[in-house]
Design a protein around this ligand. Structure first.
Ligand code: HH2
Length: 256
């Protein structure tokens, strides 16, 4: 899954793809490099990010979504707002990436209505401004599993055709907690649903590798993501598709 951020303030690429032409050129590049899905986000959810209104998020998103759908790729929409999700699904988005952790049931109802797959991601609160204050768990893996099981049940009861699980790396989690989740990812893949992992360029990767510029965290992101694949992850949400495609080609050849 290639990341396309149509935002002025994303932590690693904010402001680069606000223009529709630049966004579509980048989507094409991600596809050529081997992305199967393009995940378009129009609101940053980095720790401390200020929320944007549904109207502004929709204004940023729809022209880019329309163009990416024309490329014939599978498209995912990264949002936590039902108004934005509804507009995107109506336009033809295939997958709903609910970074609000299904705290609003309407997200699942919309995925069900449009027959779209739904990413259910763990976050302790649906607010990037305060989520790091909630990075306190007796056992982070048990907390994430309990949360995901409960949300999956809700999504299935509302008729969502396919649910993808995501531990929500960096969403209200410290580096140590993210590492614990990565080490014990098998406990999450053992739940029997596809698992998505998004550690691309994140602060944890920077802290572990000692690389301060997020755009330079490519090799370290690949290393973390291969560890996730080894533990059963099925989808990787990444900014640097070519590097991951190279690494996965070798990985697949070895595992075949
Ligand atoms: N991480 C980010 C955004 N969306 N979606 C899922 N399912 N999982 C993630 O880990 C995830 C996500 C944050 O990364 P990015 O989009 O690059 O940054 P920003 O939120 O600043 O736009």
């Amino acid at each position: 899954m290639g990341v396309l951020n149509v935002t002025p303030d994303s932590f690693s690429d904010g402001g680069r793809f606000m223009d529709v032409t630049a966004a579509l050129t980048h989507a094409q590049k991600l596809a050529q490099e081997g992305a199967d899905i393009i995940d378009i986000g129009a609101e940053s959810t980095r720790p401390g990010a200020e929320p944007v209104s549904a109207a502004e998020e929709t204004r940023r998103l729809l022209p880019v979504l329309e163009g990416v759908l024309d490329l014939g790729l599978a498209v995912s929409v990264d949002t936590r707002k039902p108004e934005v999700a509804a507009a995107a699904l109506k336009m033809g988005a295939h997958l709903l990436n609910d970074v609000g952790g299904l705290q609003n049931e309407q997200m699942a109802a919309l995925a069900a209505e449009y027959g779209a797959a739904l990413v259910v991601m763990h976050t302790p609160v649906n607010d990037p401004r305060t989520m790091m204050q909630h990075a306190r768990y007796d056992d982070v893996v048990s907390a994430v599993i309990g949360f995901l099981e409960q949300r999956v049940e809700k999504a299935l009861a509302l008729g969502v055709p396919e649910v993808i699980l995501d531990p929500g790396f960096g969403f209200g989690k410290t580096t140590e907690q993210n590492l614990e989740l990565l080490r014990r990812l098998r406990e999450i893949t053992a739940l029997g649903r596809p698992v998505l992992v998004g550690l691309s360029r994140k602060r944890t990767i920077g802290e572990l590798s000692g690389v301060s510029d997020p755009q330079q965290r490519v090799c370290s992101s690949v290393a973390a993501h291969l560890a996730a694949v080894q533990r059963g992850a099925r989808l990787l949400r990444v900014h640097d598709v070519a590097a991951h495609a190279q690494a996965l080609a070798v990985w697949d050849a070895m595992e075949a």
